[in-house]
Design a protein around this ligand. Structure first.
Ligand code: GTP
Ligand code: MG
Length: 184
């Protein structure tokens, strides 16, 4: 936390299970292949990584949660670091929670989202890997997820759909970020 740059401009961070595609999404948004390090193996990103955009805001790559293969102590350390970052980072304007579009709602994500709500953290949901499904299945899975969220929330959070492979959602996410800037 101490090594994070001073909180002098808005920042937007990406979180979600290991391997969901956080680092890939950042690369897609900035249109660079290797800015954030990507791996087929989960557990690649292990630190808080800040990328400054246009001298005016930060995109932040975070380690994933729910990766079984790291030791319990490492898991605990990650979790503490991530929760401190989320709760204490004063310039965090929005946290993007990434969810693999292919899967049914998972307990770990639901619990994490509930924790965000309880702590009044501003967040949006971004479904990833939309290229792996057809349009109909994407719409169906978003609907299933929304139903599940409605059990917890009166109002749904913003929901975006993305693919780092084909650029789906890039304009929408950038537009979403710029809109927060405008209203801030
Ligand atoms: P950790 O840092 O380990 O928590 O993972 P991460 O969430 O940053 O995932 P990362 O971006 O490293 O991607 C994990 C794997 O998923 C890589 O093999 C990526 O190529 C793949 N991947 C990520 N996004 C997409 C996508 O939109 N479509 C497809 N088909 N594959 C993707
Ligand atoms: Mg990563």
């Amino acid at each position: 936390m101490k090594k994070c740059p001073s909180p002098d401009r808005p920042e937007y961070a990406f979180i979600g299970r290991s391997n969901v595609g956080k680092s890939s999404l950042i690369n897609m948004l900035v249109d660079q292949k290797n800015l954030a390090k990507v791996s087929v193996k989960p557990g690649k990103t292990q630190l808080i990584n800040h990328f400054m955009i246009d001298e005016s805001w930060y995109l932040v790559d975070l380690p994933g949660y729910g990766y079984a293969k790291v030791s319990l102590t490492a898991k605990d350390k990650f979790q503490k670091l991530i929760s401190r970052y989320i709760l204490e980072r004063e310039n965090l304007y929005c946290l993007f929670v990434l969810i693999d579009i292919r899967h049914a709602p998972q307990k770990i994500d639901m619990e994490f989202i509930t924790w965000l709500g309880e702590n009044h953290v501003p967040f949006a949901i971004v479904f990833t890997k939309a290229d792996k499904l057809g349009k109909v299945s994407v719409a169906k899975n978003v609907a299933v997820y929304s139903q599940e969220l409605k059990k917890l929330w009166e109002e749904l959070p913003p929901i975006l759909v993305s693919s780092s492979l084909d650029g789906t959602g890039r304009d929408e996410i950038i537009f979403f970020i710029l809109n927060i800037h405008k209203s801030a």
